[in-house]
Structures are given as structure tokens and as C-alpha cells.
Write a protein that binds this ligand. Structure first.
Ligand SMILES: [Zn+2]
Length: 386
């Protein structure tokens, strides 16, 4: 299919380990995972170089030591052990993920019943692997399976901005007004977590690094989009308050395509916009869905879950993705798009993205909210972690 984006599966990432283990658990873990990487045929670099694709960054729970990657394609896994047994894992661990500018944080916590290892993602997933006595092989198999597919996935977060948006579109359309109301509605339903102010976790230099690599200035979760015509759509910008999607080029972007060679999403912006935020990281996924399914007119993504039995009974396809690929990767887009394209009615689908959230399609935005309001789609706040 022409619009399919090439995958990079089959590439064996080379890796390096930086930093010193702060605890015996971290030392033991790193030795184990190092061995697993070797048996799986990944090349080890004593010192990271330009070809090193995966960095295991050993940190501790006091000082932040972000690894200075040269390019966004380097995947950084930070590893640490929390000093105290933790009950609020996400609240405790997530700041370490941010402070160390990581794509994945492996957070070890020891309690009375052994070692719990959490795999904390930027999407706020935090599934746990427990070390069972005498079963360290299984434990490391499991850990490897949680790291490798993520590290091998490919981000499409580059945007190519072209200042050519016609004035009549720059002023906003019926669709952009619908996006505004949809954002408000998500907020009323309490489905928009507050934007995380990353300045509280990162110093000036780290913030600059983050902007240079990913054009990220703030973190917010969830996104929404609405079709404009057969080739283009409107979508929320990244890191903005989704309860106030007002201005085109600032809060809402006009996506016109995907440039495969440059691996970039094409965004048309008004002439007066100088330093735009990126479009939402999942633009690649929405682009796949709109180009493949003419009947889909709107897509909403939120960090919540659904009661799948109840939702299926109302004629929806409810299906889960199998790997928790990071947001903004070709692989997450492909997984999600394939569920939608294979559904009997692509405009009536709920995709449960593993350890992450849901994607709902509809004929238009109103159609999606009508089904939530009348209980056909039964929203559940707690995301399942597996
Ligand atoms: Zn998400």
C-alpha cells in the first residue's frame, strides 16, 4: 500500500552502558540485561559513538544525569533503584524519567515480597515485572521483550512547516470550531490531565536539549483531530492546553501530508506564525487512518480505558494493540491503523493501546461524543497495565 510507511524491523540495535550502578540491584540488572543483549546479537559499544542506537543510562534517585544524545533516534533507557518501597509508583518514578530525558525508565523497588521492576514510559505506562525466586531467566526474557521493540521503533516527530495556509483557513473553519468544543468537552469529562510543566524538572540546558531534539516545550496527553478533505486534516498541537484550542497555527495545526524521504509530517501554517509548536506526536497515526478510511471523519485519543464488553455490545469493534510502542512512532501508528482498517466499520472503532490509552474513531467529532454520552462507549478512568 502506497501510504504504508517502511518499518525498520529486523535491525539489531547496538548499545552502550553509561554511568555507574548506584546499588547492587542496578549492578545485577545491568549485568543480566547486558548478557541478554549479547545473546540476542546486539553489538556492544564500550563507548557510545554515532551508530549507538540504545543507551542504558545508570542513574540514582538524587541527581539527574541526562545522557546527551546527538540525535532523536538514540533511545535512552534510564535505570535506577528507588530507596524506599513505593506505593505511588507513577508519581515517584515519572519525574526521574523526565529529569533524565529518557525514552524509558526502569525503576526497581524492593519490598517485603521481593523485587518489583517497573517499565515507566513517557505515556505514563508503568507495567511491572516481578522477580520470582529461581526464575531470573524468565525475568530477563520479560525485561528484554519490554525494551527491544520500543528501542527499535521509529519516531516520526519531525514537522515540516510551510507558511502557505490560505487566509480563509487561517481564520478557522467549522471544523476548527468543532475541535475547540471537543477539547472543552474532554476537559469537562475530566479526560485531559493537566499539562506537565517540565520546567519544574529540567534545568535550562536540559530544556534546550529537549526543544532541539523533539521540539517539546511541555507535556500534555491525548489529542484530537478532524478531517478537512480527503487529503488533509486539522489536529491539536503538541504540549498545548486541549481545553482551549483556539488559534490555527498555534493550538491547532493543518496537516497536509507525510514526507517519507524526510520522515516528516507536513504542516501548513499561517504566514505570521514564526516558531510553531509541533503538531501532536500521533499525527503519523491519524494520517494513516484518514488516508486509508474515507469514512473516518474524526479521531480522539485519551489516556483512559473502556469497558470493552459493554462497548462491544453496542456494535463497536474494540481491539487492543499488543506492544506498548511509544507515542509518535511508525509502529504505534501501524498497529492502531491496522486495527481500524480491518474493522467492519472503521468509523466505529475503539483501539486500546497497550499500557497507554484509547483511540476512538467517528464519522465526525459529534458522532464520537454522542456515543460516549449515550453510553455506547463506556469510558473507564483506570488504564489496564499488563
Ligand atoms: Zn497518548
Amino acid at each position: 500500500m502506497e501510504q504504508n510507511v517502511e518499518k525498520q524491523h529486523g535491525t539489531k540495535l547496538s548499545y552502550a552502558i553509561v554511568g555507574e550502578p548506584a546499588t547492587d540491584t542496578v549492578r545485577w540488572f545491568v549485568e543480566g540485561i547486558h548478557q541478554r543483549m549479547q545473546t540476542q546479537g546486539h553489538e556492544y559499544h564500550q563507548t557510545p559513538n554515532d551508530d549507538t542506537g540504545l543507551i542504558f543510562n545508570l542513574v540514582d534517585d538524587e541527581t539527574a544525569r541526562p545522557y546527551r544524545r546527538k540525535s532523536q533516534s538514540v533511545f535512552v533507557v534510564s535505570i535506577l533503584e528507588g530507596k524506599m518501597p513505593q506505593s505511588h509508583i507513577l508519581e515517584t518514578a515519572y519525574p526521574h524519567l523526565l529529569k533524565n530525558i529518557s525514552n524509558l525508565l526502569i525503576y526497581h523497588s524492593r519490598s517485603g515480597n521481593g523485587l518489583h521492576t517497573y517499565f515507566v514510559t513517557p505515556e505514563q505506562g508503568f507495567p511491572c515485572v516481578i522477580l520470582q525466586e529461581g526464575k531470573s531467566d524468565e525475568y530477563f526474557d520479560n525485561a528484554y521483550e519490554r525494551i527491544a521493540p520500543l528501542a527499535c521503533s521509529r519516531f516520526v516527530i519531525n514537522n515540516e512547516f510551510i507558511q502557505d495556509l490560505p487566509d480563509e483557513l487561517a481564520a478557522g473553519t467549522e471544523q476548527t470550531r468543532q475541535l475547540y468544543y471537543a477539547g472543552r468537552k474532554l476537559d469537562e469529562m475530566d479526560l485531559l490531565p493537566t499539562v506537565i510543566k517540565i520546567e519544574q524538572f529540567l534545568n535550562e540546558e536540559a530544556l534546550r536539549q529537549l526543544w532541539r531534539l523533539y521540539r517539546v516545550g511541555g507535556l500534555s496527553y491525548g489529542n484530537l483531530s478532524v478531517r478537512h478533505n480527503d487529503k488533509t486534516f486539522w489536529m491539536s498541537a503538541s504540549g498545548v492546553d486541549k481545553s482551549n484550542l483556539q488559534h490555527v497555527g498555534e493550538h491547532i495545526h493543518f496537516v497536509t501530508g507525510y514526507d517519507k524521504k524526510k520522515n516528516a509530517i507536513l504542516v501548513s501554517i499561517p504566514k505570521h506564525i514564526e516558531r510553531p509548536n509541533r503538531v501532536s506526536v500521533d499525527a503519523i497515526e491519524h494520517w494513516m487512518v484518514y488516508t486509508e478510511n474515507p469514512g473516518v471523519g474524526a479521531i480522539i485519543h485519551a489516556h483512559c480505558w473502556v469497558d470493552d464488553a459493554a462497548t462491544k455490545m453496542t456494535g463497536h469493534t474494540v481491539a487492543a494493540t499488543k506492544t506498548s510502542y511509544p507515542c509518535g512512532t511508525v509502529e504505534l501508528g501501524e498497529d492502531t491503523a491496522s486495527v481500524i482498517r480491518n474493522a467492519p466499520d472503521p468509523a466505529r472503532v475503539v483501539v486500546c493501546q497497550k499500557n497507554h490509552g484509547i483511540v476512538i474513531t467517528g464519522k465526525d467529532l459529534k458522532d464520537i461524543f454522542d456515543r460516549i454520552d449515550n453510553g455506547s462507549i463506556r469510558i473507564v478512568k483506570q488504564i489496564e497495565m499488563t
